[in-house]
Every structure is written in C-alpha cells, then in structure tokens.
Design a protein around this ligand. Structure first.
Ligand SMILES: [Zn+2]
Length: 156
C-alpha cells in the first residue's frame, strides 16, 4: 500500500515536470514571431507607407530580422523583454534557474554576433525592446532609411 502511494506520488511529480518540459520544449521550438509588439510595429510601418520584408533570413547567419529593408540594408529587431534579458523587465525564473539563465545569456550573445555579422556586411541594425513605443520605433526607422538613402545617393 505504501509502495502504491509512493508510486502515485511519483506519477504526479513526473507529470508536473513533464508538463514543464513540454512548456520548455514549446518555447524552444517556437520562434518568437508575430508578437503583439511586432504587429504594432508593422502596422505603424504600413501606416507610414513603408514596404519591408518579414522574417528576413540575414545573409551569412541563421538569424532572421523581424523586419528588413533589403535595399537599404537595414535590419530591425524587436527583442522580447524576457527572452533578451531586458534590464527593466527581464525576469529570471527561479524554477530551472540555471537553464533559463544560460538560455537568455545565449540569446544575448547571439544577438551580439548577429549585429557584428551584419555590420561587417554593411548592414545597419536597429533593435527595439518589446516595451518601446512602436510608433516611435517606426519613426526612427523612417529617419534611418532616409539617412541610408542619402548616403547611397551621395556615394553614387
Ligand atoms: Zn523591457
């Protein structure tokens, strides 16, 4: 009888950790696409009449820009506060703390590698936080595009 109880206990524990494993697996698998802030940015860009590529695979990397202006070589990222370790809103889960810390640090390291690869290729990178005001972000993108096109016409 005691054995039975322990077994049931184990099942419960295994069940809960299996479900947290499933959550973890889903989070690892799911690219963070089409988040509410990305959608807000995209609609702000459309209102400004800008045309862009979505989820553009960046040359020489395995990363995708959330929004890319290929001719102007401008890559735009909207970084989630949790996934990219925002200093203001980033939280560090206590459960599986070590795993999460490595995951988030790895994301940040990959962001830096992506930025430097893009810079080497002559791309400009704009990164916004999920908590940023997206209409403002869209304006920053417009002025960056304007700068880029002026540079372009000056250089030839
Ligand atoms: Zn934040």
């Amino acid at each position: 009888m005691a054995r039975r109880l322990r077994q049931r206990d184990l099942v419960t524990k295994a069940g809960s950790s299996a479900s947290s494993l499933r959550v973890r697996a889903r989070m690892q698998r799911t690219p963070q696409r089409d988040t509410p802030c990305e959608l807000a940015l995209r609609s702000a860009l459309r209102r400004l009449g800008l045309r862009y590529r979505l989820h553009w695979r960046l040359p020489g990397t395995r990363s995708h820009a959330d929004v890319a202006f290929v001719r102007a070589r401008l890559a735009v990222f909207v970084d989630g506060c949790f996934w990219h370790g925002c200093a203001l809103h980033g939280t560090w889960p206590k459960h599986n703390a070590e795993w999460w810390r490595r995951k988030i640090e790895a994301n940040k390291a990959r962001d830096r590698r992506t930025d430097s690869t893009l810079h080497e290729l002559g791309w400009r990178v704009l990164r916004f936080w999920e908590h940023d005001d997206m209409p403002h972000a869209a304006e920053a993108i417009v002025s960056e595009l304007r700068d880029r096109s002026e540079q372009h016409s000056r250089s030839g």
